[in-house]
Write a protein that binds this ligand. Structure first.
Ligand SMILES: [Zn+2]
Length: 104
């Protein structure tokens, strides 16, 4: 892989792992800092990645539409949309989502 990409990828993975570890196992004070300082950044990043995957007038994903030829255009929900839904609402490593549990 590209050296620059490797470093950027490593930094993102390390940052997310740190946030996840602190949120899951850190003290209350550290978890609160993560929630207030880092969570909004992560939500913004997620929205920047996910927000463009909306249907055009023909029901094709606007973002995935750009990546492929017309006969391979993805209808919504596209793969990215579905992966985001699974990651948020059906995570495999945490059991049920915290907000879903809170609704019970
Ligand atoms: Zn898409």
């Amino acid at each position: 892989m590209d050296v620059v990409f490797d470093e950027l990828h490593r930094r993102v993975k390390s940052y997310l792992a740190t946030v996840k570890n602190v949120a899951a196992g850190g003290g209350d004070e550290a978890a609160l800092v993560i929630a207030r300082d880092d969570l909004p950044l992560i939500v913004d990043a997620f929205d920047a990645l996910f927000g463009g995957h909306i249907p055009d007038d023909n029901g094709h994903c606007r973002q995935c539409h750009r990546a492929g030829r017309w006969w391979r255009r993805r209808r919504v929900p596209c793969r990215v949309f579905l992966q985001a839904q699974i990651a948020l609402f059906h995570p495999t490593s945490h059991g049920r989502h915290a907000l879903t549990r809170a609704e019970l």
